[in-house]
Design a protein around this ligand. Structure first.
Ligand code: AR6
Length: 179
């Protein structure tokens, strides 16, 4: 799918394998690593990533915001670290917080003149956000942001889905956006 000059696509695979300038890390508010994709990114990036996070986010970061670092030993130049909401039944502001994660990453990518970005599915793993609700919100938020930023530096946005069911649900959500 294309919005203005930006291509959006859903791909089956890890963010770590994507040929993009920056990848999104589904982090936590402490910003000191963790399990899931966060653990995989830190293992692949090496200890320089943790050292940078301690410098740039000495007190962590709030849910729904994002922090940019270098990619260190990753093949991507940058990592956008965003703490998603923990699913708590859906009445604790989870949708607005999740949308804010996607928007914060896009704002930061644009401010740093990045041309390509790969998202994972924020909050739908360890944090338990239901995939069927998260996927439409994710693709709609990105599409709305692109429509509001026709001059963005971003020419390609990938949703890199690590699990088959994530790939399917995000593909359906992106297709639904076209109609
Ligand atoms: N490689 C690539 N992608 C992965 C991997 C991996 N090894 N593992 C999971 N994903 P999750 P969350 C995908 O659980 O729900 C951490 O401990 C997964 O399929 O990593 O936001 C953090 O430090 C999904 O698409 O993150 C936080 O404490 C996406 O990564 C907490 O988990 C996000 O799933 C955040 O939980």
């Amino acid at each position: 799918m294309q919005i203005n000059d930006t291509i959006i696509e859903v791909i089956r695979g890890s963010v770590l394998d994507q040929g993009v300038e920056a990848i999104v890390n589904a982090a936590n508010t402490a910003m000191r690593g963790g399990g899931g994709v966060d653990g995989a990114i830190h293992r692949a990036a090496g200890r320089g990533l943790m050292e940078e996070l301690i410098r740039v986010a000495p007190h962590g970061a709030k849910t729904g915001t994002a922090v940019i670092t270098g990619g260190h030993n990753l093949k991507q130049k940058h990592v956008l670290h965003t703490p998603g909401p923990v699913w708590n039944g859906g009445n604790s502001g989870e949708p607005e917080k999740l949308a804010s994660c996607y928007r914060s990453c896009l704002d930061l990518a644009d401010a740093n003149h990045l041309t390509s970005l790969a998202f994972c599915s924020i909050s739908t793993g360890i944090y338990g956000y239901p995939l069927a609700q998260a996927a439409p919100l994710a693709v709609r938020t990105v599409a709305d942001w692109l429509r509001a930023h026709p001059d963005t530096s971003l020419s390609r946005i990938v949703f890199a889905m690590y699990q088959e069911n994530e790939y399917q649900v995000f593909t359906e959500a992106l297709n639904a956006l076209r109609q």
